[in-house]
Design a protein around this ligand. Structure first.
Ligand code: PEP
Ligand code: MN
Length: 346
């Protein structure tokens, strides 16, 4: 349920409504909008809320039943886009953000070389996996805490915030100690215990779409995080399973404009995992930004043939330079500069 307050509602009017909501056993989420405040109601333990009781309170304009099963993530609840600020970079604002780095942190030398190269090319957030979800238990599983330390050193060196995956509830606190943004991987999108745990951290969460998740499944997972009190959720489309196998996954760019209507959360796209082949990464990065995504996450490796994971989809640094230059022109056509770069004169 959503309570829409009058434009002239005072802070005391809003608090009085929130108090009634809480008294009934629900949580109240006041959300100031450009013209008026709305108050979202969530919770599953309260009494039935009599809409009439609230409608009659001072400065209440309307009480609306929210039909979507997700509440806090929905555009119905919050009209304005969520903008997340991390280490001097904003995600979900007018600028397009570029995140890049290797699939896995392999060594200090490999990460530093990649970090320097992607930063020079225009990336403002560094990616790198320390805990790796691999299909085979015999594949490289990541450097673990050692990898996190190397990521933190790379942040010191470049000033770039870092994003890295957290795979289980046991390591959430450890990863949150080192990383600026916690990534929930596609294979964990419905690990509800993990979603609740990261929802209680104070780090932004990048939630990747599950391999066979509908938008509703995905948004319900985002709701789990927000319901625990963490408002900073970033959605990342990374390709889904379909019948075709010409690429690793099917990049669902149709999702971008639909998500834009359904949710206020920032939308990032990952053309590396979606396609699985470096030749497709730049074209699909261009397409993702053209579709309206707020940013990209791209795998880059100084020597892809020797990468311990995802070498086939990793761009050489010089190809990543071209990607950013091309994406910059697409973004400029939408009046969106790339974060951290002087605006492009076309
Ligand atoms: C990754 O980002 O390296 C990764 C494993 O992504 P996904 O969960 O989308 O497969
Ligand atoms: Mn990868």
């Amino acid at each position: 349920m959503l309570i829409v307050m009058d434009a002239h509602a005072t802070a005391a009017d809003i608090e009085a409504v929130c108090a009634v909501v809480r008294e009934l056993g629900y949580e109240a989420h006041p959300m100031p909008g450009p013209t008026r405040t709305a108050i979202g109601i969530t919770g599953n333990r309260g009494a039935i809320i009599e809409a009439a009781r609230i409608r009659l309170m001072p400065a209440v304009r309307d009480v609306i039943r929210v039909t979507a099963p997700y509440k806090l993530v929905s555009r119905e609840f919050r009209e304005m886009n969520t903008v997340i600020e991390i280490g001097g970079v904003t995600i979900g604002g007018p600028e397009v953000v570029v995140m890049a780095g290797p699939c896995s942190v392999e060594s200090r030398e490999q990460l530093f070389a990649t970090a320097d190269a992607v930063q020079q090319a225009g990336a403002t957030i560094l990616r790198g996996g320390a805990f790796k979800p691999r299909t085979s238990p015999y594949s490289f599983q990541g450097l673990g805490e050692e990898g996190l330390k190397i990521l933190a050193e790379a942040r010191e060196r470049t000033g770039m915030p870092v994003v890295t995956e957290v795979m289980d509830t046991e390591t959430v606190d450890l990863v949150a100690d080192y990383a600026d943004i916690l990534q929930i991987g596609a294979r964990n999108m419905q690990n509800f215990a993990l979603l609740k745990k990261v929802g209680r951290t104070r780090r932004p969460i990048m939630l990747k779409r599950g391999l066979s998740a509908t938008l509703k499944d995905w948004l319900m997972s985002a709701e789990y995080i927000m319901a625990e009190g963490n408002p900073a959720v970033i959605l990342c489309e990374r390709g889904i399973r379909t019948f075709d196998d010409h690429s690793r996954f099917t990049f669902d760019l149709n999702a971008v404009p639909v998500l834009r209507e359904l949710t206020h959360l920032p939308i990032i796209v990952d053309p590396s995992h979606a396609t699985g082949r470096w030749q497709s990464v730049t074209p699909m990065a261009r397409a993702g930004i053209a579709a309206g995504a707020d940013g990209l996450i791209v795998e880059v490796h100084p020597n892809p043939a020797f990468a311990v994971s995802d070498g086939e989809q990793s761009l050489l640094p010089e190809r990543f330079v071209e990607l950013v230059q091309q994406v910059e022109r697409i973004a400029a056509a939408l009046d969106r500069p790339i974060a951290g770069r002087a605006s492009l004169a076309l």
